[in-house]
Ligand binder design. Sequence first.
Ligand code: ADP
Ligand code: ASP
Ligand code: MG
Length: 420
Amino acid sequence: MPLLVMKFGGTSVADLDRIANAAEKVKREVERGYDVIVIVSAMSGKTNELVGWVEGTSPLYDAREYDAVVASGENVTAGLMALRLQEMGVSARSWQGWQVPIHTTSAHGSARFMSIPRDNIDAKFAEGFRVAVVAGFQGISAEGRITTLGRGGSDTTAVAFAAAFGAERCDIYTDVDGVYTTDPRISSKARKLDRIAFEEMLELASLGAKVLQTRSVELAMRYNVRLRVLSSFEDTDETSGTLVCGEDEIMESKVVSGVAYSRDEAKITLFTIEDRPGVAQAIFGPLSEAGVNVDMIVQNISEKDYDDDHPGAVTDMTFSCPINQVARAQKALEEAMAAGKIKYDDLIIDTDVAKVSVVGIGMRSQVGVAARSFAALAAEGINIKVISTSEIKISVLIDRKYMELAVQALHDAFELEKSA
Ligand code: ADP
Ligand code: ASP
Ligand code: MG
C-alpha cells in the first residue's frame, strides 16, 4: 500500500479535542487507501515545562537524565493518538523511539539519526494495522539510553521516517497554513509561498524560521523527500500548504524569497587582542570545546599589519552566539586569559541584539541585494552591528528593539507582499 507520513506539532495535539481533530485527518488518508506513519510532538508547552523541571532540579544537569525527562512528552501523545484512532475504528499502534528502534548518536540533547530499521513497524502493517503512531523527537543510543534530537526535532523524525519507509509524501501539520515570506506573527504583510526550494528553506530555518527544524530540511534535501507544510486547523487537500522541493520544480526564482529573524542572540567583543598568527585559534578553540555555537565573526583591520616590523600589532575581535551560551563563552574566555593563552584589555557582552536575514536563491545571479537591504535599514535609522553573507543570504546583527521594524523594512524593500 502507498504510505504517507503525517506529523502533528505541539499546538496540533494541544488537548484531547486537537488530538481528535488530527486523528480525523489521519483517518481520512487511511480511507483513501494509505498506510500512515503518524509522528507526534508533545502537547504544546509540555516540553518547556519538562525542561523547566529539569533545570529547576539540577542547573548543570546530566544530559542523559534531561533526555529521559523531556522525551516523555511525546510518549503521552503517541499513546493518546493511537487510542483516539482505535476509538474511530482505525487499527493503530503507538511506538516509542526505543521500540522501533530509532538508533541515534549518543549526543544527548542534540542526537542525530544513525538508522531506523523497518522490520518491527513493517511487521505490524503486515498484520493489518493501518497506522503506526511514533513519538517524535527521540531515539535510543548505542548505550541503550533515551536520546532527544534538539528542539523542534519531531520535524526531523518525520522526514527520517519518510525517507526510511519510502513515503509518498511527508506532511508537516502545524498552526500556520504553510511557509510564509516571513513569520506571519511578526508581519501582517507576510505571504504564504506555494513552493520553496530546499536550499532556501534550509537557510530560513537555520537563520531562525522555526516552522521546520533545520536538520529536517537537510534530510529532505538529501533523500529527496516530498515535504509539505500545512495547517491542522483548516480543511486541507492535496494542493494545500507549501511544498518544499527541488529548485527545478520552481517556475521563477525571486531574488529574495523570505526574511528570517533570530531574537536570542548575543554579541561578544574582545578589545585589544594581539594581531598575530594563532590568535583566532586561541580564542575560538576554547569556545568550541565549551560547546559554544559561534555564528558571525568579525576581526577589525589593525592599524599596522602584522609582520616582522610590527610584532606588537593589536586588533579587536567580535562574534555572536546564542544568548543562553553567553555564560559558558565568558567562562571559557576568562579561563583562557587566566591560563595565559589569550590576552585582551576588555571583554564586552551585548545581550540586546537580534539577527535579521534575507534569503533567496536569486541572489546568486543578481547584484545589489546587500545595498538594497542596507538602504532599507538605514531609512529606518537602524544601525548595523555585524554583517555576514553567503551565496544566498545576507544577515545583519542589530539592536533587538528594532528587530520587528527591520523585518518589516526588508519585507517591504523586496516587495515580498507580492509573493505567492
Ligand atoms: P509546531 O509546534 O507545529 O512544530 P512551531 O511553533 O515549531 O510549530 O512552528 C510553527 C511556527 O513557526 C509558526 O507559528 C510561526 O510563528 C513560525 N514561523 C517562523 N517563521 C515562519 C515562516 N517563514 N513561515 C511560517 N511560519 C513561521
Ligand atoms: N516537543 C519538542 C519541542 O518542543 C519537539 C517538537 O515538538 O518538535 O521541541
Ligand atoms: Mg516545531
